[in-house]
Design a binder for this molecule. Structure first.
Ligand SMILES: Cc1ncc(COP(=O)(O)O)c(C=O)c1O
Length: 417
């Protein structure tokens, strides 16, 4: 790997090798991560990066577009077919920019928008004050019901009627349950608001048909091609035909300049990969593994937010173990299990501390792990939690985590590795 870089920039090469070794020997359980196929890496490193191209197929601002047009058309066709959408724009450089493009297409600065609270599962781009979304637009946040830890749809409806936003955003970064897209769509319709679903986390599960699709209900659907789609590091937008021109115009020239054609090709490959039977089997296993991990941790005395999971991630409340998210994240990282600290609903701790961790099963499932391995991982997590100050015990768990990771070599699992 990286033959030329090794020769010309050994310092940088060594850093990438070190990261490769970390990925090979660790248990990677960040919910937004996956291992992409070698096809994705080939395309992201391909000669397509040499071409500068603005505009859309047939309407370009640079000559020499004929070949590239074929690629973008293929990618658009595949995205539309995969999700059953009227229109697809595969130019957004990231999930955040996909959301920015939708906002730019239909609302104006200071307009009212509703989105899910960041500290209860939403994303930065759904109205956080630290993000462009919360600075430019007037966001009103909805959240969860304290008892069920599910979206409080009644409150969402009350807020929608009170504030009458122009747009309602659904979708989340750390919500383990299905979202009732139809219900929110009906609320949006009743106040004449647009409806955007950001399905970045669950897009792969939607593609595999094991998670409800937002496409029939939403005016706009945004996503990344990373996370459960397990592909290129970029974003895309789906929308109803009536919005196609507005979305394309908002993307270019509205928000972005030239396209990242090498990434666009990798997205095009991602969509094809997500149509295969092998991919669907893998995604089913991702969900089975998340459910198994959730059950196993629950049996060991952890509290699982909302009592379980419908998707690829779980939120673990660490208060029964008298630990914070920051403490467990650090101790797990020491033994080679990578998760992230995460606010639990109505968390009494600060965002940098938190009472919980978020755990995802996509990457380890792609490597080939199944329910039995999830039980082993739950056992390790529990041992870390119960021996957090015992260096000897942690060293032993580190060995076990490494052994388990090495039993499933990188690039010998699902897809075309
Ligand atoms: C729901 C959701 N939307 C958007 C994004 C942003 O994607 P990106 O990191 O590609 O900007 C994320 C990523 O964390 C996400 O979870």
């Amino acid at each position: 790997m990286l033959k030329t870089v090794k020769e010309k920039d050994f310092e940088l090469y060594k850093i990438v090798e070190e990261e490769l070794n970390r990925q090979k020997t660790g248990l990677e359980m960040i919910a937004s991560e996956s291992f992409v196929s070698t096809g994705i890496m080939e395309l992201q490193g391909s000669i397509l990066t040499n071409k500068t191209m603005e505009g859309f197929p047939g309407k370009r601002y640079h000559a020499g577009h004929e070949v590239i047009d074929k690629m973008e058309i293929l990618g658009i066709q595949r995205a539309k077919a995969l999700f059953g959408a009227d229109h697809a724009n595969i130019q957004p450089h990231s999930g955040s920019q996909a959301n920015q493009c939708v906002y730019a297409s239909i609302i104006n600065p200071k307009d009212k928008v509703m989105g899910m609270r960041l500290d209860q599962g939403g994303h930065l781009t759904h109205g956080s004050k630290a993000n462009f979304s919360g600075k430019i637009y007037d966001f009103i946040s909805y959240g969860l019901d304290k008892e069920t830890e599910l979206i409080d749809y009644t409150e969402l409806e009350r807020l929608a009627n009170k504030h009458r936003p122009k747009l309602i955003v659904a979708g989340a970064s750390s919500y383990p349950r299905f979202i009732d897209y139809e219900r929110i769509s009906n609320i949006a319709k009743s106040i004449n608001a647009y409806f955007l679903v950001d399905m970045a986390h669950v897009a792969g599960l939607v593609a595999a048909g094991i998670h409800p699709s937002p496409v029939p209900y939403a005016d706009f659907v945004t996503s990344t091609t990373t996370k459960t789609l397990a592909g290129a590091r970029g974003g895309f937008i789906l929308c109803k035909n009536e919005f196609s021109k507005k979305i394309d115009k908002a993307t270019f020239p509205g928000v972005q300049g030239s396209s990242h054609l090498h990434i666009m090709a990798a997205k095009t490959f991602t969509f094809k990969n997500a149509m295969t039977d092998e991919y669907k089997v893998c995604m089913k296993q991702v969900v089975k593994n998340a459910k198994k991990l959730s059950d196993a941790l629950q049996k060991k005395g952890f509290r699982i937010v909302s009592g379980g999971t419908d998707n690829h991630l779980l939120l673990v409340d660490l208060r029964p173990k008298k630990l914070t998210g920051a403490q467990l994240e650090e101790a797990l990282a020491f033994v080679g299990i990578t998760v992230n600290r995460n606010m639990i609903p109505f968390d009494p701790e600060k965002p940098m501390i938190t009472s919980g961790v978020r755990i995802g099963t996509t990457a380890m499932t792609i490597k080939g792990m199944k329910e039995r391995e999830m039980e082993e991982i739950a056992e390790m997590i529990n041992k870390v939690a119960e021996n957090i100050n015992d260096k000897g015990a942690l060293d032993k768990i580190k060995e076990n985590a490494r052994d388990l990771a090495l039993k499933y070599p990188l690039y010998h699992g699902y897809f075309d590795f």
